[in-house]
Every structure is written in structure tokens, then in C-alpha cells.
Design a protein around this ligand. Structure first.
Ligand SMILES: [Zn+2]
Length: 339
């Protein structure tokens, strides 16, 4: 009773004096390229997509390699298409040194009406070709300090803040260099509450990363196992989800809808639908190629996967869980510490 009265008094004080802050604190926020929004305003979300990826390497990449207006011309129709299909939030997963362009994303967000998120962090997969020299030279704390500064001050004087941490590791056992990236991500998470999305693939590096995070006091709820569909032993998805990690089934295309239905049904049978994140890993304007090369759209989830799930008697509530609730929980800014 006493507790109830105390709670109510607190609620009244909130409403009278601190309403915006209290609401935000209770509900959580998402950081988009145009500033914070409430997690509950995220709506239908694609958690892992790209606008532009440049594979030239960390030594040579610079934003002069692409013409923003041409990239916009090429990609905007695909964004408008999914907006019309009900998508509200688009998480752009291109890391720094691979074509991350916060100002481009700001323009695309305003022009398309989609919320767009960008990232901090470094991508070690691809034989470390996309790591700047300082990623080799500095320790985990120094790297974390750089990423935390992006959260505090914005990215490269753009004022745009990252909405999550994106790292990438190779598909085998973690090298010392990649362990350092995971450590840096753990320490950045504890200071910022940003979720860690790690390009991972198979189960071996997924569980090794979870071990490092836990040794740093970070709970698995802060970790998205990106490209988990690469792991064909579906019991690994169950094991990681039971630990609390997010399972990213994020390579959806018109050719693999049935595989995705099977993987999602496996999670449903194990009562773990609340740990699944879905996306296409599509897009990719390639600088240096004619008109950006081949560009894959983001509509399979809406056109093929959702109807296929409905055929398997997935309810509206379950589809809402997958497309709306899970992304808002996964990307809500919140420090997940092991208690
Ligand atoms: Zn990707």
C-alpha cells in the first residue's frame, strides 16, 4: 500500500513538473539521424539495410567518391516504396570506413518520411580492410573513447548521433584484434546504452562475443547476432536467444522466403519469437559503378514474408511482435548490465 501511494505521488510529480523527461525515461528513446524519438514511435522497422556501401578500403575511402544527389536519385524510390507499404523506421547498417554518410541519411530521412538510424563502431570482417590504422594501434579503451565521443558530440561535425554500435568480426574464432573491437563495443555500451549489432554469421564467433560481453558485465540483451541465418544449426539460435541475445535473420530476399519461414517457426516453437529481428541486408549503391550498379529493394518482407507467415497461421499480434515490438526493444537506448 505504502509503495503504491509512493508510486502515485511520483507519477503526479512527473506529470506536473517533469513530464517529457519522465515519459522518455520510462518508455525509452531511439536515436535517429534527425534526433531522438520515443521507442514506441518506431513502428514497422527494418533492422539491417544499406543505402550505400563502398568496398574500396579504409585507406582510400572518402565522401568525394560518391555524388549524394545521384545516390538519392537511385535509392529514394526504394525507400518511398517501403514507406507506402507501412515501414516507418529504416536502420542503415553501413559502418564508418565502408560508406557511412550521416548527411546523406538525413536528407533521405526527410525526403522519404522514414526514421533512419546510423552507427558508430568499426568493422573487422573482410580481412580488416575496412579498419583505419588507429584501430590496429590503439587499445580498446581508446577506441571506445572515440565511439563515445561520436555519441556525445555527433559524427564528424555533422551533429548526427549514432543510434547503435556496429562492429564486424570474421567467421571463425575471434582474433585478438576482433576481441579488442568487441571489448571496445562493450565499454561503449556501458557508457552510452547503445545496442551492439555485430556482423557475425556462424555460431562460433557469436558465442565468443557473448562471452567477452559478459566478462565486461554487459548482458546479452545488448547484443544483436547479425546474419544469424548463416548458422544452419538452429539450436544455436535457441541457445543464444535463451541467453537474451537478439537473433538477426537479416538476409531476406525473394529467393529464400521459405527458409525464413522455417527459421522463424523454429523460434516460435521454442517460444522465442520475442528475440527475432528481420531484415533484407539489401540496397547498396556501389560508388564507381554505373548508376551505383545493381540495387536490391527492401520489399520482400512486406510482399512475400508476411503473407507466407499468415499462411502458417501467424497472428497479427505475432507479426507485430516481429516487425514493431522487437526492433523497438532491441534498439531502445538502455544500459544492459549483468546484475
Ligand atoms: Zn549488412
Amino acid at each position: 500500500m505504502k509503495i503504491l501511494i509512493k508510486k502515485n505521488i511520483l507519477k503526479v510529480i512527473c506529470l506536473m513538473v517533469f513530464l517529457p523527461q519522465c515519459t522518455v525515461k520510462e518508455e525509452g528513446i531511439i536515436m535517429t539521424v534527425n534526433g531522438p524519438i520515443l521507442a514506441r514511435e518506431m513502428g514497422v522497422t527494418l533492422v539491417h539495410e544499406h543505402i550505400l556501401v563502398d568496398f574500396i578500403g579504409a585507406d582510400l575511402i572518402n565522401a568525394q567518391r560518391w555524388d549524394k544527389s545521384k545516390v538519392i536519385e537511385r535509392s529514394l524510390p526504394f525507400l518511398k516504396q517501403i514507406k507506402d507499404m507501412g515501414c516507418q523506421t529504416f536502420i542503415e547498417c553501413t559502418p564508418a570506413y565502408l560508406g557511412r554518410d550521416p548527411l546523406l541519411l538525413k536528407i533521405l530521412s526527410s525526403s522519404s518520411g522514414l526514421n533512419i538510424l546510423t552507427s558508430t563502431g568499426y568493422y573487422g570482417a573482410g580481412n580488416n580492410k575496412y579498419l583505419p590504422q588507429h584501430a590496429f594501434d590503439e587499445n580498446a579503451d581508446q577506441l571506445a573513447a572515440r565511439w563515445i565521443m561520436e555519441w556525445i558530440n555527433g559524427i564528424d561535425n555533422t551533429g548526427v548521433k549514432p543510434g547503435f554500435i556496429k562492429i564486424g568480426v570474421a567467421s571463425g574464432n575471434l582474433s585478438d584484434l576482433h576481441k579488442k573491437l568487441v571489448l571496445a563495443a562493450a565499454r561503449t555500451h556501458l557508457k552510452t546504452g547503445l545496442t551492439i549489432a555485430s556482423h557475425t554469421g556462424p555460431a562460433i564467433p557469436a558465442f565468443e562475443q557473448l562471452e567477452i560481453l559478459q566478462s565486461e558485465g554487459v548482458a546479452p540483451e545488448a547484443f544483436i547476432w547479425v546474419h544469424a541465418q548463416v548458422e544452419k544449426d538452429l539450436s544455436s539460435h535457441i541457445k543464444a536467444a535463451k541467453m537474451g541475445a537478439w537473433i538477426g535473420l537479416d538476409g531476406l530476399s525473394d529467393n529464400n522466403v521459405e527458409d525464413y519461414v522455417s527459421m522463424i517457426m523454429n523460434m516460435r516453437e521454442n517460444h522465442l519469437l520475442d528475440k527475432v529481428l528481420l531484415s533484407h541486408d539489401a540496397g547498396w549503391y556501389h560508388p564507381g559503378e554505373e548508376n551505383g550498379g545493381e540495387f536490391r529493394g527492401y520489399s520482400t518482407l512486406f510482399e512475400k514474408l508476411i503473407p507466407a507467415l499468415k499462411n502458417e497461421k501467424f497472428s497479427e499480434k505475432e507479426i507485430n511482435q516481429l516487425c514493431v515490438i522487437n526492433p523497438s526493444k532491441a534498439f531502445k537506448i538502455s544500459v544492459h548490465k549483468i546484475r
